[in-house]
Design a protein around this ligand. Sequence first.
Ligand SMILES: *[C@@H]1O[C@H](CO)[C@@H](O)[C@H](O)[C@H]1NC(C)=O
Length: 131
Amino acid sequence: MKAFIAVLLAVLCFEGLKAQCPEPNALQDDNGNKLCARMFEHSSFYNEESCKGQYIDVYPNDDYPIMTWTWNDRISSLVVSKFCSLTVWSNSKKEGYKKKFSAGIVYHLKDVQKGLFGNWNDSISGYYCTC
Ligand SMILES: *[C@@H]1O[C@H](CO)[C@@H](O)[C@H](O)[C@H]1NC(C)=O
């Protein structure tokens, strides 16, 4: 029984390490404050390895029509909190294409269509989040 529990714990811990994307109903910053969304620098074709790299914490009612150059066109995956929605624009000052994400995990922004031929990988230049 002890061995079984040890194996079970090992498996759970391993899963814990693999699962990168936070759950939409448990999204909070390092101090335990509620987040509206979190946006990540990288994604992976393995869902469980997505949400990688550096990230931006987005709080309820955050309104950033202009992103710093360090983050402009760099977001590749994101998570939106339960009962919240994140609106993004492809150009700064809320111009260009616009997309509204409701609560959930977007493992690959590459798979989200932008306009006729584009996708949203490394394309977010402004955002607004509300809960
Ligand atoms: C997203 O865009 C960046 C920069 O062009 C690229 O390095 C990365 O591979 C892309 N991600 C995917 C999933 O295509």
